[in-house]
Design a protein around this ligand. Structure first.
Ligand SMILES: Cc1cc2nc3c(=O)[nH]c(=O)nc-3n(C[C@H](O)[C@H](O)[C@H](O)COP(=O)(O)OP(=O)(O)OC[C@H]3O[C@@H](n4cnc5c(N)ncnc54)[C@H](O)[C@@H]3O)c2cc1C
Length: 316
């Protein structure tokens, strides 16, 4: 194997990416995981009861086991966001938004789903410092602050409820005239009277100098705009697939998921995909882990073939 470059770069260190790394590393393939975080969506899961072998675990704890196991077999990790995969002959380079670049012989895309963004002015400017996604802060951290939660599903309503216990004021802003969240959940929050519901409104701009100071919302029926003072904007509008970094190299379906075959091969030779990012149904941790293992073993066979060797069948 070529020591100048990685045999495989795995984009994403969630269940799929880290499972893939365990399998590639155990085959002595030089493996690098490039990821924004370690754990992925599981970091948002308080209680995971359906991962076989663990009757109950927090997603964070489960992912720590994955990480420990991947590191034990030699996986390297680098924090960063992949911005581009470039194909040169049969090799690839994975570029990061911080301009770092890593070369490899194969790629596994395991980038799952990322929080959907609002796409409005001010969002990028204050991202991570006033604009946050998927409750990346504990409710206590909003003590005495004014918070606008955007969204209409269970996550948004539950987050608004939890935050309102500590905040000085909590708004729940939703674009429709009814929430998607379970009626019981909404009723429960309404009864407590701590959250102000603003329906039929969308956020259009986040304003501030050094920190978030206000949010402009627009009535979807009348187009009337209103400015409300806020310190935090919590965006809880679900998750989405974002594979702009793959730059049209791989075939996707209408949901923008990467189309794979049963060996997790994509339409591009040398690029594999695993987990929630693929068109495989049922987005669950155990399924992502299984697909990661499949992709890892497929990468091994791919590299063996490149080196003129026979791959393995992995069939006892
Ligand atoms: C609130 C919630 C509760 C859930 N509860 C359960 C449950 O109880 N049981 C269950 O089985 N499943 C549950 N799921 C689903 C489960 O979490 C997912 O199916 C699983 O995490 C998918 O794993 P993955 O590795 O495919 O993707 P992800 O977990 O999404 O991991 C993707 C990784 O890629 C990284 N990444 C993304 N883009 C880039 C980029 N451009 N560059 C570098 N890195 C990138 C991310 O940072 C992350 O580390 C839940 C999901 C949520 C959101």
């Amino acid at each position: 194997m070529n020591n100048d470059k990685y045999d495989v770069i795995i984009i994403g260190a969630g269940a799929a990416g880290m499972a893939a790394a365990i399998f590639t590393c155990r085959k002595k393939m030089k493996t690098l995981l490039v990821s924004i975080d370690i754990g992925g969506q599981n970091l948002l899961t308080e209680k995971e009861e359906n991962y076989p072998g663990y009757t109950e675990s927090s997603g964070t704890k489960l992912m720590k086991f994955f990480e420990t196991q991947a590191r034990k077999f030699g996986a390297e990790f680098v924090f960063g966001k992949a911005s581009k995969i470039e194909k040169t002959g049969s090799n690839f380079s994975v570029q990061l938004t911080n301009k770092e670049s890593y070369d490899c012989r194969s790629v596994i895309i395991a980038s799952g789903k990322v929080p959907r963004s609002l796409g409005i002015p001010g969002e990028d400017k204050f991202f991570g410092r006033g604009v946050i996604t998927c409750s990346s802060l504990q409710p206590q951290e909003f003590k005495g602050k004014i918070v606008a939660v955007i969204g209409g599903g269970n996550s948004a309503v539950e987050a608004a409820d939890a935050i309102s216990e500590f905040s000085s004021k909590t708004y729940l802003i939703h674009r429709r005239d009814a929430f998607r969240a379970d009626e019981v959940t909404v009723e429960n929050v309404r009864k407590k009277g701590r959250v102000e519901f603003i329906l039929n409104n969308v956020p259009v701009e986040i304003r501030g100098d050094k920190s978030v100071e206000s949010l402009i919302i627009e009535d979807v029926k009348t187009a009337a705009k209103k400015e409300i003072n806020v310190n935090f904007v919590l965006v809880e509008i679900g998750l989405m697939v974002d594979i702009r970094f793959a730059n049209g190299l791989v075939k996707t379906n209408e949901q923008n998921e990467i189309v794979v075959n049963e060996s997790c091969e994509t339409s591009c030779k040398g690029i594999f995909a695993a987990g929630d990012i693929t068109n495989v149904p049922y987005k669950q941790t155990v399924i992502s882990a299984g697909l990661g293992a499949t992709a890892g073993l497929s990468v091994y066979n791919y590299i063996m073939k490149l080196d003129g060797k026979t791959g393995a069948k992995f069939d006892w």
